[in-house]
Ligand binder design. Structure first.
Ligand code: BYC
Ligand code: FE
Ligand code: FE
Length: 476
């Protein structure tokens, strides 16, 4: 593979050492990134050794190395997946032309915006999760949190590299701004809605990893199709890391469901709160919340922005190259479900304008597979409850449904019904308070908090009682 300069100040496989200007610019950004990490990254634990996976190459097998690292010493690097020989643009007006090694001048603005939007989510999620370390349900989970955090930091590096390498002065300014915005800040918020929500507890964290990191998977997959080759290659490699984030989410929620079912069986009661578990109706309300704010991340059902990005060859569909059509969507239509007056209707619109909705459909099908697996656990315990995804129009802020109130079962309802029932449907302040009471740290190796089942196996073949985070040194 292309040589990885792992010993450089900035590990990379993009030959940084041959481009002194770029190297200098990134080396100037690096200490500011570290300042941001220390200020806004995980609170505490910065001096503790964590058993982390570090990306050290882009080989299919063996791209990662495991070992104890203090988080500020993590080797955040720039890794592009191997180039594909003679790669061609797979869709849009430039179909069949060679992929671009550089940014085409006429698409600079649109591309910069896509890259900045993607880049902004990465540090935002680290900020949202920064207080969680103090209430971890186990050392295993604490380590997973930090693994996700350092990798989101690396994803920021991936986008900052593109900004510095291909967008000149504008790009450098955007790279600075990525360190200036703050999740949830009134004056300088992060760009997208979901990244300004709070992640106050571990139930929210696992839900976030399942639902919101999964938006990341679908957005990265469509940017991986991009005609801009460095963007494509960087997204391809990011997706290998993303898989772990969704694993953390799916297993985390699954383990809570399992524990709740065990408590329900043991005490012959649906209400497991008094036994220190999280009841399934509460789980359902958290699903409703995280799913709906994540659906918003796909944009409006009908979008000329999305149509333009496709026609220009900048952002494709999920698995574009596997699709069997003209890849231009000249005459195609696509069914879109949205609000029409006071009812919900499905109508065919030009497929080009429906790309956000199509990606959302792919995402919804993927979420459903996870829900099905959780439901299997519930069923195995002989419990007659099913978790479900609410209607796509429920609790939406972006797109046509943002203008109405939709119930989880997909009815357009009045403001009065919404007000009367939202406590059934969305996490209440009392839910959050209850969940908060469970958030007491379990930090002895092998111990797990009482509201979550242990995982099936440890990390990298190690046992569950391994000391995944060494707390022996005083927290920094
Ligand atoms: N919040 O035509 P429309 C991840 C704006 S997650 C606020 O419907 P478009 C990760 C929009 O900007 C993946 N504003 O939307 C996960 C536009 O504004 P203007 C992140 C929103 O452009 C976990 C207007 O509404 N990656 O990696 O087709 C942890 C009309 O827009 C929102 C990306 O998002 C919103 N939710 O699509 C860590 C990929 N939605 O033009 C990381 C890059 C829309 O009127 N981004 N607006 O000022 C994109 O591809 C697109 O920007 C979007 C929006 C899909 C987000
Ligand atoms: Fe990411
Ligand atoms: Fe992620």
């Amino acid at each position: 593979m292309a040589g990885v300069d792992y010993l450089e100040r900035i590990p990379n496989n993009v030959n940084l050492r041959d481009d002194r200007r770029l190297l200098r610019a990134l080396e100037e950004w690096q200490p500011r990134f570290l300042d941001w990490w220390k200020e806004m990254g995980p609170e505490g634990f910065q001096a503790n050794e964590v058993y982390l996976r570090t990306a050290i190459s882009v080989d299919r097998d063996g791209w990662a190395q495991f070992g104890y690292v203090k988080m500020p010493d993590y080797r955040w690097g720039i890794f592009l997946a191997e180039p594909e020989a003679d790669r061609r643009i797979a869709f849009g007006d430039h179909l069949g032309k060679p992929a671009w090694p550089e940014v085409p001048g006429e698409y600079r603005g649109v591309l910069r915006r896509l890259i900045v939007t993607q880049g902004d989510t990465e540090p935002a999620s680290v900020e949202q999760q920064r207080h969680l370390g103090r209430t971890c349900p186990s050392l295993y989970d604490l380590r997973n949190l930090f693994q996700v955090n350092v990798e989101e930091g690396r994803h920021l590096w991936a986008m900052v590299y593109l900004l510095h390498a291909y967008f000149g002065r504008d790009g450098r300014e955007e790279a600075e701004a990525l360190l200036q915005r703050r999740s949830g800040d009134h004056d300088k918020p992060r760009i997208l809605g979901a990244f300004n929500e709070r992640t106050p507890d571990w139930l929210s964290f696992f839900m976030f990893c399942f639902f919101t990191d999964r938006d990341g998977k679908y957005q990265l997959a469509s940017l991986q199709e991009s005609g801009l080759d460095p963007l494509s290659r960087t997204c391809r490699f990011m997706l290998t890391e993303e898989a772990h984030h969704m694993f953390v989410g799916e297993m985390g929620v699954g383990r809570i469901v399992q524990k709740s079912c065990e408590l329900m069986r043991q005490h012959r009661s649906d209400d497991v709160r008094c036994y220190g578990g999280i009841d399934l109706p509460t789980m359902q309300r958290y699903i409703n919340f995280h799913y709906s704010v994540s659906l918003d991340l796909f944009g409006s059902e009908v979008s000329t922005n999305a149509a333009n990005a496709f026609t220009m060859g900048l952002k494709g569909r999920f698995e574009e190259t596997k699709k069997d059509d003209d890849h231009r969507l000249a005459d195609a239509t696509y069914p879109v479900t949205c609000l029409e007056g006071d009812r919900i209707a499905t109508r065919d619109v030009p497929a080009l304008t429906a790309l956000n909705e199509r990606l959302r459909d792919d995402y919804i099908a993927d979420c459903q597979r996870g829900i099905d697996r959780w439901n299997r656990t519930i069923k195995e315990h002989g419990i007659d409850v099913e978790l479900r995804l609410p209607h796509r129009g429920f609790h939406r802020a972006i797109g046509s449904f943002g203008e109405a109130r939709i119930s989880p079962d997909g009815r357009v309802i009045t403001e009065a019904e919404w007000d009367a029932r939202r406590r059934e449907w969305l996490p209440t302040p009392e839910d959050a308070q209850f969940v908060a009471t469970l958030m007491r740290p379990a930090v002895e190796p092998g111990r797990f908090a009482g509201w979550i089942a242990p995982p099936a196996r440890g990390i990298n073949g190690l046992p569950l009682d391994h000391e995944y985070v060494r707390l022996t040194r005083k927290e920094g």
